[in-house]
Design a protein around this ligand. Structure first.
Ligand SMILES: [Zn+2]
Ligand SMILES: [Zn+2]
Length: 465
């Protein structure tokens, strides 16, 4: 925590040689591209933010609806301003909730072959797995496709209801804090892709009929995406708990950690840390660290566990198809080869990308980032941060194959004529997805931007206790 990094600017105002990138400026042609307030107004402790990805301290300029403020150093979005954020989020969350309720109330999809058939509801994709001794996979499926999104939508409605009445409802701050943590674990969009892949896979073997729930779930997935994008967390936290001033003497245009400060990852407020490099956010109560504790060690451990689980995920069958008494187990790669033989090239590519390229690419990319992070500098940091963002973004799409298993196991139940059972690889592969997602979360991208001096490295590790 020593000031071994030379501050670029000693004044409190933002380094004007690095203008804010506000997008899209065309929406509000007269909007200022930089904070055009008079200098005395700028030298305040109001609306300071430390970038979560590079730790750069800036003062947020006034934003008009449709604009967003990006970090001048790494390009990370610091705040996005929406038009009528409360009304918008409320309307979208309510519509998404209705679509989710419809999706769990009606038949999802049915199949029939030679006069024998089966019809399933959305929740059967999880409950059938429990019958095959796969409770963990079942929990992962039902949580990511229905329970967590449902809780998220209820949370959004509760929050916005309070904000619309100018009187936040009880527990609003806890809920607002939880919403940010739920976000990556909601996988309605991935489930839709999984459903399409499963249906194409069996379309040659049986007649498939899509139920009302299927379409309702598609609408729900879309509305859920819009709801998460409609949240203006900067405005929401200001409305919930005001904006306490940043600590006295905070300098912008340099990094926060050498000043003993940290930006809150949830609400954005800049807080002073204790000498140990830890603290709690004054506004939302979130735990703060100068750098995530043991970030590299934890990421390595999770990567090692994921790499280990990737072996059984590929060696064991992910599902077994039984047709007229003949059992045919298939591994992940075997499934891809089968699809190519069937001539379903696009589906084979989707499964190959989701089950091989994404998890392996993510393991390699994160391991490489952990290796080179101490040799990063301003020249290569932007590319490395971009790679980190990519691994964080694509990680959840690996769940496609797990959802395919869940849907096919529930749907294809026609006794000895044809049935599909889950294999041990399903659990191993679900574990790979969860472990790599956790690995991306424990990796602290701010380390990429830290000055690679021995003293600094020592300080960083010192704070991890
Ligand atoms: Zn940044
Ligand atoms: Zn906070």
């Amino acid at each position: 925590m020593t000031g071994c990094e030379q501050p670029r600017s000693t004044s409190i105002r933002v380094d004007s040689s690095v203008p804010y990138r506000l997008q899209p400026p065309s929406l509000v042609p007269s909007a200022p591209l930089v904070d055009q307030a008079p200098p005395e107004a700028r030298s305040s402790r109001r609306r300071l933010r430390a970038c979560h990805e590079c730790d750069w301290l800036v003062a947020l300029p006034p934003l008009s609806p449709g604009q967003r403020a990006n970090c001048p150093r790494c390009g990370h979005t610091l705040a996005t301003r929406h038009r009528q954020p409360a009304q918008r989020s409320m309307a979208l969350a309510m519509a998404a909730m209705v679509a989710l309720l419809l999706a769990i109330s009606f038949p999802f999809v049915s199949f029939s072959t030679s006069g024998v058939g089966n019809r399933i509801e959305l929740t059967h994709t999880a409950t059938t797995l429990i019958g095959f001794d796969q409770p963990l996979v079942a929990i992962a499926v039902i949580m990511t496709i229905a329970v967590l999104p449902g809780l998220y939508l209820l949370g959004v409605m509760w929050l916005q209801l309070g904000l619309l009445q100018d009187q936040p409802l009880p527990a609003s701050r806890h809920i607002a804090r939880s919403l940010a943590h739920l976000n990556p674990w909601m996988m309605a969009d991935v489930f839709i892709v999984g459903a399409l892949v499963s249906l194409i896979k069996v379309s040659d073997l049986a007649q498939i009929e899509l139920g009302l729930s299927f379409w309702a779930y598609c609408v729900f997935a879309l509305l859920l995406l819009f709801t998460t994008q409609s949240i203006d967390s900067d405005w929401m936290w200001f409305s919930l708990a005001g904006e306490p001033l940043a600590p006295e003497g905070t300098r912008t245009g340099t990094t926060a950690a050498p000043q003993g400060l940290a930006g809150c990852p949830t609400c954005g407020l800049v807080n002073r840390l204790e000498a140990s490099g830890r603290g709690h956010c004054l506004r939302c109560g979130e735990r703060l660290h100068a750098r995530l504790p043991h970030s590299l060690q934890r990421t390595w451990a999770l990567l090692a566990a994921a790499a280990l689980m990737y072996i059984p995920a590929n060696v064991y069958p992910i599902m077994t198809t039984t047709s007229l008494g003949h059992s045919d187990p298939s591994t992940i790669i075997g499934g891809v080869v089968e699809l190519i033989q069937m001539g379903s090239w696009p589906v084979a590519v989707v499964i190959f990308m989701a089950s091989v390229i994404v998890p392996v690419g993510k393991l390699v990319a994160l391991a490489w980032l952990c290796l080179v992070v101490k040799r990063s500098n301003e020249l290569n940091a932007a590319h490395r941060t971009w790679l980190y963002r990519l691994t964080e973004f694509i990680g959840r799409w690996s769940m496609v194959d797990v959802f395919v298993v869940a849907i096919l196991v529930a749907l294809i139940r026609a006794g000895t004529l044809m049935s599909i059972t889950p294999g041990p690889a399903a659990l191993a592969f679900a574990a790979v997805v969860v472990l790599t997602m956790l690995a991306a979360m424990t990796f602290d991208p701010r380390l990429i931007w830290d000055t690679p001096l021995p003293r600094d490295r020592h300080a960083t590790q010192g704070t991890t206790g």
